[in-house]
Write a protein that binds this ligand. Structure first.
Ligand code: PGA
Length: 246
């Protein structure tokens, strides 16, 4: 049985005032599901102090434990601040910083070294979707970004089509099901059915309260990674409620 997961990604949004959104989320009934918010690193420590049952995550980490890497944050530092998970390989990091699958795999190993759950993101660009390359792109990203030794506790996969992030465009439910079923099959080939069945698969890209219910009813969707709609407690609580009811 996979525990469903509603994960918010605040990206580079949020100063002290944003913590009041977290305070509001505490009163949402999230019985039977996990809720995680990836705040900016600057807020993690304070967010953990007020988050109640909501878990707090980082949005990236360095592959090394420590050292001369100005401006970077290690997985140990995130864990020390109270984070329990970290988003890795988000398409914005792949695009803005040229992160490769090998970089994401190294960061995932670092996350595991700090006992953080890695939420590894994969997904095709619009061009790749239109040329029929979606499944091969996702397969390559999965193989390259996920190290050996994954488990249901340590790994979550987020399928996020790049063209659906922040655009209001969402794949059809058939397209989501096709990719999620494919990811489950790829994980089964690599890790065996028992491990693959324990790994949660999130859909991400323009998830809102209005489309959450149908997305959560889709094959092999175990929750969502939510950007814009996670910034306001009212919106995110609608998504949490839809997932708890799914
Ligand atoms: P969005 O972002 O919900 O704003 O489309 C999703 C994400 O980037 O994780």
């Amino acid at each position: 049985m996979r525990l469903k997961l509603a994960a918010g990604n605040w990206k580079m949004n949020g100063t002290t005032a944003a913590l009041s959104e977290l305070t509001q989320l505490r009163s949402i009934d999230a019985t039977g599901i996990d809720v995680t918010i990836a705040t900016p690193a600057t807020l993690i420590h304070r967010a953990v102090a007020i988050a109640g049952g909501v878990q707090i995550a980082g949005q990236d980490c360095h592959a090394n434990v420590s050292g001369a890497h100005t401006g970077d944050t290690s997985a140990d530092m995130l864990a020390d601040a109270g984070a329990t998970a970290v988003i890795l390989g988000h398409s914005e990091r792949r695009a803005d910083y040229g992160e490769t699958d090998a970089d994401v795999a190294a960061k995932t190993n670092a996350a595991w070294g700090a006992e953080l759950t890695a939420i590894v993101c994969v997904g095709e660009t619009l061009d790749e979707r239109e040329t029929g390359a979606t499944l091969s792109v996702v397969a390559t990203q999965l193989t390259g970004s996920v190290p050996d030794g994954a488990s249901g506790e340590t790994l979550v996969i987020a399928y996020e089509p790049v063209w659906a992030i922040g655009t209001g465009k969402v794949p059809t439910l058939e397209q989501i099901a096709e990719v999620h079923d494919f990811i489950r099959a790829e994980l089964t080939n690599r890790f065996g059915a028992e491990t693959a069945d324990a790994i949660r698969l999130l859909y991400g890209g323009s998830v809102k309260p209005s489309n959450a219910t149908e997305i959560f009813a889709t094959s092999n969707v175990d929750g969502a990674l939510v950007g814009g709609a996670s910034l306001k407690a009212d919106d995110f609580s609608g998504i949490i409620s839809a997932l708890a009811a799914a």
